[in-house]
Design a protein around this ligand. Structure first.
Ligand SMILES: [Zn+2]
Length: 422
């Protein structure tokens, strides 16, 4: 840095000087919760039943370029259809396609009880991005298989919604022994474990079982908070999805009651997330991109705003969460996420002072340079895409065509005048 960097540069011919006056030069953003194979899906059914293996990997490589344009230099993809994001990761690593550094899970492990998609998930085997495991033998076999085929992380859906008990919210669908078995099997092969946990019990159990990263961790109670703090388990709340719903739900036809529900998921976590952050638990940033509410390229910085608005962080603290701390999600803590000697040059240039206005990161026109390991990336816009046949789940509309919708509440249809028909 500084004079030392200038001296070093003189010894290397061919280096290009980038004029970044009027800009913020900062570490690239790291999104620790982005499903690149989902392709801005509107529903789980679309992801489970409409998609094809090779095509979803090709589409993901197209979408990966949108992340680069948004200043994202690292991404953790927790689970994917056909577990094919290990292939995209390898293609990016080999310079076959351009994209951020990737770290991947494979299929998300789930018990036969199911996950957030309830009965859409099969009792056994693969459904979409899930793999149901129904015994301890199956757990061990599947964890080892995923690691053999290139998973960087093991992803577990610790909680799921049981349709008949939906009023209770998401419930923990594993025993303590099973959670511990997953961790022990993965850790023996030097692979960390991450868990989708909603609710206090699941978060506490996952932390106690040895999980290395917890997603969501909403509605923690004192015991869950203590378990997380004792072990300093990083949390990626991934509340961008909810925040978008709260702020813009009206524009996409979300009902007021659903918007309220989503906001309460954020507000109920304010106290515990703030306490966890203060106690030194790393909070990582994740966008949950992959769904139509958080399209690729638009919202990867947004979690920083959630951390500032709801969790009382300064913009600089939030930036550190989205860079330095989130490097843990791509297994590169201490290597990227900081601009300092000894770190790899994953750096972006952003027009304006980001510390004063985080929303500058939301406009890709402001992001003029993105480099990974000191190599500048192509930020030209990808060609405009056209529809892919059989890709989206066809919908006949958002509303039921009741007579009230058809004719309005005040105007019953004029009765047919039979006489006139003659
Ligand atoms: Zn997710």
């Amino acid at each position: 840095m500084g004079i030392a960097a200038d001296d070093e540069a003189k010894t290397r011919p061919g280096l290009r000087r980038i004029d970044a006056s009027g800009q913020t030069v900062m570490p690239g953003l790291i999104d620790t919760h982005c499903h690149l194979s989902f392709d801005d899906a509107g529903s789980n059914s679309e992801i489970f039943f409409q998609r094809r293996n090779a095509l979803s990997a090709l589409v993901a490589s197209y979408n990966a370029r949108k992340l680069l344009r948004a200043g994202v230099t690292g991404v953790l993809d927790p689970d994917s259809t056909f577990e094919n994001m290990t292939d995209l990761r390898d293609a990016i690593d080999a310079n076959i396609v351009e994209g951020p550094r990737m770290s991947c899970g494979a299929y998300a492990l789930i018990t036969g009880v199911g996950g957030t998609a309830g009965r859409l998930i099969g009792d056994e085997g693969v459904t979409g991005y899930y793999m149901a495991v129904n015994s301890k033998d199956e757990i061990v076999r599947e964890v080892r298989r995923q690691i053999k085929y290139g998973a960087d992380w093991i992803k577990v859906h610790v909680t799921g919604i049981i349709p008949r008990q939906a009023h209770k919210g998401e419930l923990c669908v594993w025993t303590d022994d099973e959670l511990k078995l997953i961790c022990d099997t993965a850790h023996d092969l030097e692979t960390p474990v991450m868990g989708h946990c909603r609710g206090a019990e699941a978060t506490r159990k996952a932390a106690e079982a040895g999980f290395d990263l917890i997603f969501h961790a909403t509605a923690m109670d004192d015991a869950a908070l203590q378990a997380v703090i004792d072990r300093k388990v990083p949390i990626a709340p991934a509340l961008t999805f909810q925040y978008n719903m709260v702020e813009f739900g009206e524009k996409i036809g979300t009902s007021a009651s659903l918007m309220k529900l989503f906001e309460s998921e954020i507000t109920e976590s304010i106290e515990t997330m703030t306490a966890a952050h203060k106690a030194g638990v790393p909070l990582l940033t994740g966008s949950e991109s992959g769904f139509s509410l958080v399209p690729y390229g638009d919202w990867h910085y947004r979690e920083l705003e959630v951390f500032v608005k709801y969790f009382g962080m300064s913009p600089l603290e939030a930036i550190q969460c989205g860079t330095q701390k989130s490097a843990f999600g791509i297994k590169m803590a201490g290597e990227v996420g900081v601009i300092a000697p000894g770190y790899r040059a994953d750096i972006i240039c952003v027009t304006g002072k980001v510390e004063d206005d985080l929303s500058l990161l939301g406009n890709s026109d402001n992001i003029t340079t993105v480099m990974i390991d000191g190599v500048e990336k192509d930020l030209s816009p990808p060609p405009k895409r056209k529809p892919l046949s059989g890709w989206r789940l066809a919908s006949i509309g958002d509303k039921k065509l009741t007579r009230e919708v058809a004719y309005g509440p005040e105007q019953p249809p004029e009765p047919l005048n039979i006489e006139e028909l003659h």
